[in-house]
Design a protein around this ligand. Structure first.
Ligand SMILES: [Zn+2]
Length: 422
């Protein structure tokens, strides 16, 4: 069975970005397509496209984890709201597209009227999708969903793939459920009536099931959002989370900790440093989505001088950006050095064995300073930027409720605490 996600993605691309698609956008799309086409990712994305539409009818939403959240294909399919392209304006009436260098992120661009008189849309979070889903290894997509929808998601999965065999494995009392797509050759081992076998996956070697899989995590924030949407009969899609008012509120007030992924410390930091836009906000969230050696000292330094954080962009997945901009200045089109270093640092390779001599030489030759190696070798793990951004979108929706429907917000919170006490 093949899953055609491409016609839908291409149709949407033509609707938004002209019949004659700007070359940068087309090249981006084709780069992703060439890596994902004819792989099992197609099947997983086709399902998520179906799930997004289904959730929409319930006034619910899910949040993609991992770097796939910043894929142009996912954005076109309506699975993610993070458009990875460089910052740009586009006009839905005359289809004029204009790329802008003055801001780092498209969500920070000021409002603008097109020459045709229409208000232009602005987007582009400048997030290189490093589409290195390593197709030789296992393909897995992780998704956050509201608690109560875990069973519904399973029903959707079985309906969408009527002939597919799965292994379903629950972890931590089903806080997370993993579905492994089993090849037909294993049919004999599966109980035919429900097409499912249940097992304790922890007891099995993961290598035994190197097949594509999708994992659903019950998430407190996604659950809260769904409860708020249900209670007020608002679809998550309708929430103007990107309006300048909503962003300003998120940045300027100290909101409940849950809106900062429960890092109350960070809420205080944000309040102290007053970042003025998404760019600043991402720096703070990124800083917190990193596991760094000496984190407490670094945090203390930021607390006494909030502006220090602007020197620490290495900890929010800006490694690729930094190296890429140096490569560009030197007129080097090949970005493989930036991809390599960002990936190695993100996964904590440099904290274990340092930055290798050969890589050091290459970095120095394009003007990266030696002290940068010091930062690189402090990183244990970095969230991919796509992950940070998709969580930010969800939290901004929650912030909108908190600020605009305070009574509903309080009631829902109170009900949740009562539930949790039981
Ligand atoms: Zn126009």
């Amino acid at each position: 069975m093949t899953y055609d996600i491409w016609s839908l993605a291409e149709e949407r691309m033509h609707t938004l970005y002209r019949t004659e698609i700007p070359s940068l956008i087309l090249a981006w799309y084709q780069r992703e397509k060439s890596r994902l086409q004819n792989t099992d990712v197609e099947m997983l994305l086709a399902f998520l496209c179906h799930l997004a539409k289904h959730f929409d009818t319930l006034n619910a939403a899910f949040t993609l984890r991992g770097r796939i959240g910043a894929s142009l294909v996912c954005w076109l399919l309506g699975i993610s709201e993070v458009n990875p392209l460089p910052p740009h304006y586009y006009c839905l009436r005359c289809q004029y597209v204009q790329f802008i260098k003055q801001k780092k992120y498209g969500w920070d661009l000021p409002e603008k009227t097109c020459s045709c008189g229409e208000n232009m849309l602005h987007d582009g979070m400048n997030t290189v999708y490093l589409a290195e889903i390593d197709l030789k290894k296992r393909i897995q997509i992780d998704v956050d969903i509201p608690d109560e929808l875990q069973e519904d998601v399973q029903r959707q999965l079985l309906t969408f793939f009527p002939d597919q065999l799965f292994i379903r494995a629950g972890f931590m009392d089903d806080e997370m459920v993993k579905y492994v797509f089993l090849p037909k050759t294993d049919k004999a081992t599966v109980d035919p009536p429900d097409k499912m076998i249940r097992m304790n996956y922890r007891d099995a070697q993961p290598e035994v099931y190197p097949y594509p899989s999708i994992q659903f995590y019950k998430s407190r924030q996604d659950t809260l959002l769904w409860q708020l949407c249900k209670k007020s009969n608002v679809s998550p899609q309708q929430i103007p989370w990107r309006s300048p008012d909503n962003t300003r509120s998120y940045l300027q007030y100290e909101l409940p900790g849950i809106l900062y992924d429960n890092v109350c410390d960070n809420a205080a930091l944000i309040k102290d440093a007053h970042p003025g836009d998404f760019s600043g906000l991402l720096l703070f969230l990124g800083f917190d989505h990193a596991t760094i050696e000496g984190y407490d000292e670094i945090k203390a330094a930021v607390r006494s001088h909030p502006q220090t954080i602007y020197e620490l962009d290495v900890f929010c997945e800006d490694i690729y950006d930094r190296i890429h901009s140096h490569l560009e200045q030197k007129g080097i089109a090949d970005d493989s050095l930036a991809v390599h270093v960002a990936d190695q640092a993100r996964l904590g390779k440099y904290i274990r064995s340092g930055v290798g001599k050969e890589t050091q030489t290459k970095l120095l030759s394009i003007g990266i300073l030696e002290e940068y190696f010091h930062y690189l070798s402090k990183v244990r793990y970095l969230f991919p930027k796509g992950h940070m951004l998709t969580r930010l979108v969800r939290n901004l929706r929650l912030a909108w409720f908190c600020l605009n429907m305070p009574v509903t917000w309080e009631e829902t919170q109170a009900a949740r605490y009562a539930e949790e006490r039981e």
